[in-house]
Design a protein around this ligand. Sequence first.
Ligand code: ADE
Length: 218
Amino acid sequence: MIKFTIITLFKEAVEPYLKSSMMEKAVQKGLAEFSFVNLRDFGLGPHKSVDDTPYGGGDGMVFRCEPVFAAVESIKAKDPDAKVILPTPVGEIWNQEMAREFTKNSHYIIICPHYEGYDERILQLVDYKVSLGKYVLTGGELPALIIVDSVVRLIPGVLGGETSAEIESFSEGDNLEYPQYTRPEDFRGMKVPEVLLSGNHGEIAKWREAHSKKVGTI
Ligand code: ADE
C-alpha cells in the first residue's frame, strides 16, 4: 500500500484524475490511497491568506512559510516517516528510475505550489525537489499527478494481467517500449508486421527486443 497526501489549493483540479481509470482501480484494490489537505485551512488571518508579495520586489505572489509548515507538520504528526516532495522547475528531472525508487516508501506528501513560487525556507521540509521538465507550469498540481501516476502504475497488481516478473524477463522492467498493434491487420494499407501474426513466441520476443527503445530516448 502506497499513500500520497497532496497539499493543494485546487483539489478539484487533481481529484478527478485520481478517481479515474487505473488510479481508481489501485485504490479499490487496496494498493494505493490518496488524500488531500487544503492549504487554505492553514491560511493566516481572517482571509486565510497563504501567499504574500516577495521581499525585494517583483511580480506575483509567493507561498508563505507558515501555512506550508503547519500543513506538513499536521500530516507528519500522524506519520513522521512520510517523505515530502516539492514539484519545482528547479528540481531533479523526473525519470523512470526515480519512479521505481519511489515505490519503496509507503507515504509521500506532495506540496503543490501555486502563484509565482514559494518562500525558499520551505525547502527545510522537503526530501525531494522534482522537476517534470524544462518548462514552467502555473502550479504543482499537474506534476503531482504525473509523479503519482508513474509511481502507482509500477506497484505490483495495479496493471492488469502482467506480473512484474513476466515483464522483467524480456524487457528489463518497463524501461523498454516496443511498437504494438491491434486489429485490424490492415488499416488503410498499413499492415501489422507479419511476425506478430505468426504465433511464434520466440520470434515475437526477438522482434520486440530488436525494436525496443529505452523509455526517455524516443
Ligand atoms: N512547477 C512549475 N513548473 C514545474 C515543472 N516543470 N516541474 C515541476 N514543477 C513545476
